[in-house]
Write a protein that binds this ligand. Sequence first.
Ligand SMILES: [Cu+2]
Length: 126
Amino acid sequence: MKTYKSTIILIGLLTLFSLFFAACGSTPSGPNQVHMNDSNFTQDSITIKKGETITLVNDTMTAHIIENGTWDTNGNAKSGQEAGAPKVDYNVGGYANQSVGPFNTAGTFEIYCTIHPSMKFTIIVQ
Ligand SMILES: [Cu+2]
């Protein structure tokens, strides 16, 4: 009977714990939020002003490795940092946020996820 009660309490605590983290994930902070699901960005691009940063918001438990570069139309990863682009090399864990930038040079910059084919994003800096 004692073990049974302990188990119920443990389950209760775990439920509270997961609700707490779900709440954290749904109320991210930071400018220019760009959301990610379990295999892609939820939008293709964003337009920002020079000097601004973007905030990657991971809405699922799937981690993403975000770097400078893109996926080409043949499904090949193309690593590369454009002139004027900030260095991007982040492992964004489940339900985590990651600030990227600042983007101090006007232009078009590509970032991509190295583990999810076709998961790519364009930052247009004006
Ligand atoms: Cu990914």
